[in-house]
Design a protein. Sequence first.
Length: 113
Amino acid sequence: MGHKPVNKMPVSERAKQFAPFAAVRGLAKALRQKELEILSMSKPELSEEATAAINRELQELHPGKRIKAEYFFNGRILTVSGPAEICSGFLTVNGIKIPFTALLSVKSTGNEG
């Protein structure tokens, strides 16, 4: 029967002992960059119906009305919900300014927030 070592190395430190033997320096960084390129996408094209639906929602919007908006930013589709308002070509939801051109969908979720 064996016994356990008194000072066991933490799991977070174990990988460091193999660092000098990394086969290719910078491989992890290059893989991460490639992953970001793959995950990034171009802005989806909206149909005329989708554009019309966004325009209707924006026309019916009044300050404080709660909405859920999907928008395109830095190669990703993001979603934000909360009270909204319109100001100078932007939709502002929870302090996030979204240009109208980045909107993919806008849906009302309720009344005043």
